[in-house]
Each structure stands twice: as C-alpha cells, then as structure tokens.
Design a protein around this ligand. Structure first.
Ligand code: PLP
Length: 427
C-alpha cells in the first residue's frame, strides 16, 4: 500500500525543541530512567505557580466560559491589553487592534499565513525561537536569517540585516527579550531596526513574550513605542511572565502606520474568524492577570528564585573549560558556546543524544535554533539550585570525557594537546 506522507509544505519546517532528542528522552523515561530536563521553558513542572487570583477567577467563571467569543476575543481582556499598551507607550491602539489567541504561537502563525506569498521573504534572527522560521516556511514564505552577534551580547547585526534585504522582503522579526540567548535590546538598537523597516517599508514583528522576565533592574522598551509611521505587530501573553504556559493565553497588537495595511488586516480578521476564537477560560485569565500586581518581579529580583538560578547556572557553566556563555539579562535561557578546538562536534543532535544517554541530561542542540554551527546548546535555568548543580556537573563530566576521546587534554583550563583523533564514545 502507498505510504501516507506528510505534505511537502512541511519539508522545511523543524521544531527541534520537541524533536528526536526529546523522543529519545521519552523512551528512556518509559524504561524507568530519570532525566534532568533543561530543555523547555515550561514553568509549571519546575514548581513555578501562576498567581492565585488568575486561577481563582478562571475557576469561578468556568461555567460561563463554554461559549465561543468574538473571533478577536472578549472585550474585557482586549481592553486590558489596550491599557497594557498605554503602560508600554504603544500609541493609538484600540480594542479593534487587539487579537487574543491560544498562546502567542497561534497568532504568530496566523500573522505570517495572512502575509506571505510563495517566495516572500521574512527576516528572522539566528539564533531564533524556531517557531518563527517554521511558521514562515509553512506559510509559503522564505525565512532569511540575520545574525545576532555573540561578541556584542547577542545584539542583531544591523549591517547584516541591511545586506539581506531584497525586493521580496516583507518583514523583520525581533525577539526581545530573546530566546535562546537571554539578550535584551537597548533602545538605540531598536531605533536602528525601525529605521531599516521605515526605509524598506517592512513590517516589524515584535515577539515580547518575556518583557517582564528581566534581571538586574533592566527595563524593556517595546519597539512599537518608537515610531508611528511603521507597521508593528506585537506578540505577548501569559505563558512566561504569569507562569501560565498551559492556559494558552496570548495576544497580538496591530499598531503604527496601518494606512497601507487594510488588506493585510482583512486577512488577519479572516484567519481569526476561521479558527472561531481563542479558548475562553484562557481569555478570562488575561484581564485578571493584567489588572493585578502578581507578575514575575519577585522571582527575578536579586535573591529571587529565577535570579539565583540564573546566577548559579552562569557561574557553573563558565567554570567548565572551553565553555563560554553570555550572562542573560532576561528570559529563561542560556546559549553557551563549546569551543570547537576542544569539543570538535560534527553533529550536535548526536551530541545531545550522547549527553542524554550517558548523563541523563536533556538539552536542546544549537542547530535547533537555526544556528549554523554545531558549537552551542540551549539550556533553561528553571530547575532548582540542587538540580542545576547536578545537571551542570554531569554536563562538565560529559564534556571532559568528550574532549579526552577527541584527543584534547585540558590542564588548568588550557588546551595542552591535540591529537586530531575524532571522538568515539565507549560505554
Ligand atoms: N515566543 C517565544 C520567543 C517563546 O520562547 C515562546 C515559547 O517558549 C513563544 C513565543 C510561545 O508562547 P505561547 O506560550 O504564548 O504560545
């Protein structure tokens, strides 16, 4: 019989955060092995709870939440998002410009499906949160990656962005604060991106899902607050700042210059209507969350749980020979570099699988974030300090063995011998 194959549209779509390495982890768990998971920014399994009042409000209203709502969402939560725009100094937004979705993810896919024709290009950061690249491909467009530069704290390289613009470029994605690097972009850099968007008539897609997950007293500037003559689509939601990933509550804001965008907005409305509406209990959580004070500030402040875990993970990783990492200013992730002189990794998915098999630690390989070189991985710093210590010490032990098997010997942090032997793992 003929095999049932997936559509060709999926040929270039990857989402390795939940890919083959996770499949292996599941198999190992089924066999009874215990895995230390540093792979995904899902807060609940690590004991981070949503604010009580959100849960109470949702539970109390559940019996009234069984109907479809308007396709853009209930008015109350959309008004709350409008007020939030006021706080973020995004001007001229009314409830008509706000769309509620089943997480930001659904709205990201929708916004690109409504825009991109075959061959249209979208500028996406490298490394990226891979949904953006996948959704651009799935919608028929072509993701074109611009470089974020580790040597300047992972800020986007504006010259690289300029070089990659063609007559087919329709928009530019800005993930700020950034997953996977933990970077936070200063206003000057954002203004540089706005200037490029203005010059080339590009839409700015701003993914700001971590805009309150900020360390060291940093503040976040919404790029959409920086101009009125550029079209901005801003994404946010409750998943991270309100520890509510599973409620699937997100929003999208259309702002700035909509004068040429009537047809695109019609497309957005059509797609919003086709999926009827976002889940109603999740919508109810938005208004309560945005009206309350229970954000993430206590967790990210000095001494707060997330801040302590970030500091510890940074310190422990930085102590491993040949590992360097930029200290995250925001979000939940680190994207460490493994010096290829010491760790000559050819296939980082295989590397992640070996780490998992040998040390039972689950990370995501760097190429899963559309990073070209096999010299990074992403880890979350969500587990508590004891688990982080164990996990990172296992990573260190694995790396030491990896280097040794490759004929690299490290003495007091320095590479002292290099035999050129490729790594072979012996169990
Ligand atoms: N954008 C970024 C940068 C993310 O890291 C994530 C989830 O990890 C999302 C969007 C998805 O958010 P949501 O849970 O609202 O779909």
């Amino acid at each position: 019989m003929k095999p049932i194959t997936k559509s060709r549209k999926l040929a270039d779509v990857f989402y390795d955060i939940r890919g083959p390495v996770l499949d292996l982890a599941r198999k190992m768990e089924d066999e009874g092995q215990e895995i230390l998971k540093l792979n995904i920014g899902n807060l609940a399994p690590f004991g981070f709870e949503p604010p009580d009042e959100i849960v109470r409000e949702m539970a109390a209203n559940l019996s009234k939440a069984s109907g479809y709502t308007d396709s853009k969402g209930l008015i109350g939560p959309r008004e709350a998002v409008v007020r939030y725009c006021g706080e973020k100094k995004i001007r001229g937004v009314t409830v008509e410009d706000v769309y509620l979705g089943n997480g930001a993810s659904e709205l990201i896919t929708m916004s690109l499906n409504a825009l991109l024709d075959s061959g249209d290009e979208l500028l996406v950061p490298a490394p990226d949160y891979p949904l953006w690249t996948g959704a651009a491909s799935l919608s028929g467009g072509r993701p074109v990656h611009y470089i974020c530069d580790e040597s300047s704290e992972w800020l986007p390289d504006l010259d690289d962005i300029r070089r990659k613009i063609t007559p087919r470029t329709r928009g530019i994605v800005v993930i700020n604060p950034n997953n996977p690097t933990g970077a936070l972009y200063p206003p000057e850099l954002l203004l540089g991106i706005v200037e490029i968007a203005r010059e080339h008539e590009l839409i700015v897609f701003a993914d700001e899902i971590y805009d309150k997950t900020l360390f060291d007293g940093h503040t976040h500037k919404s790029i959409a607050s920086l101009a009125d003559d550029v079209l901005f689509i801003t994404f946010n939601g409750l998943s991270k700042n309100y520890r509510s990933c599973g409620y699937r509550a997100g929003w999208m804001i259309v702002s700035g210059d909509r004068s040429r965008a009537g047809d695109y907005i019609e497309g957005l409305n059509m797609l919003a209507s086709m999926r009827l509406c976002a889940n109603t209990p999740g919508q109810l959580a938005i208004e309560t969350a945005l009206s309350g004070q229970h954000r993430i500030e206590d967790l990210v402040a000095p001494g707060g749980r997330l801040c302590r875990q970030r500091d510890l993970a940074y310190e422990l990783l930085s102590q491993i020979p040949g590992v360097s990492v930029v200290k995250p200013k925001a979000a939940l992730y680190m994207f460490p570099r493994l010096d290829p002189e010491i760790y000559p990794i050819e296939d980082d998915q295989q590397f992640a699988c070996e780490l998992l098999r040998k040390e039972k630690v689950l990370i995501v390989q760097g190429t899963g974030f559309n990073w070209k070189h096999a010299d990074r991985f992403r880890m979350v710093f969500l587990p508590d300090e004891t688990v982080l210590e164990t996990a990172i010490s296992r990573i260190a032990r694995f790396l030491e063995q990896y280097a040794e098997n490759a004929g690299r010997y490290i003495d007091q942090g320095n590479l002292v011998a290099h035999t050129g032997v490729e790594p072979v793992f012996r169990d």
